[in-house]
Ligand binder design. Structure first.
Ligand code: NI
Length: 169
């Protein structure tokens, strides 16, 4: 089921999401809908709070559905270590049509669980490291605009305010 994606301004995007403690059918259903929503958008990553569910679940697929082996479903992710930095343009399905350069770790080791509660460890670099950093931020109520300078952040905020006033957000 394709779910509506919350946009910047929605309170649920700003909450710290809860740890998953039941690896059950309900969780699998949510993950399935998130993957469908991510592919339909299309996007390379989605975090559960973006569809209004404040649990620590993220789906990532750098191939956007082209290559099954690229799909990552990650529960309760934790960053074990980071190395270096990269600065690249990024966007977010919750902040459509805004892209800005954000500094992220160049490499990242992440620990988490799959839908059955089995441990997963990911050693990521480049785009995957950036995407993991972005999605884990979502689970902590952080959006990419929070990494920008106050000036840039305010510019985006004001543009969104105008769009919202016009009923276009
Ligand atoms: Ni995002």
């Amino acid at each position: 089921m394709i779910l509506p994606i919350l946009k910047y301004g929605a309170p649920k995007l700003r909450e710290k999401s809860n740890l998953i403690d039941a690896f059950d059918d309900e969780l699998a259903k949510i993950a399935k809908s998130m993957i469908e929503t991510m592919y339909a958008s299309p996007g390379i990553g989605l975090a559960a709070p973006q569809v209004g569910i404040n649990i620590r679940l993220t789906t990532i697929d750098l191939s956007v559905g082209e290559d099954d082996s690229k799909l990552i479903i990650l529960c309760n992710p934790e960053i074990l270590s980071t190395e270096g930095t990269q600065k690249c343009e990024e966007g977010c399905l919750s902040i459509p049509d805004f892209n800005e350069a954000v500094t992220r770790p160049l490499k990242m080791a992440v620990h988490g669980y799959d839908l059955r509660g089995e441990e997963i460890k990911i050693d990521a670099d480049g785009l995957l490291a950036r995407c993991l950093s972005h999605e884990i931020d979502h689970l902590n109520g952080i959006l990419f605009v929070d990494h920008l300078s106050p000036l840039k952040r305010n510019l985006i905020r004001n543009k969104i305010k105008k769009l919202a006033k016009a009923g276009e957000w």
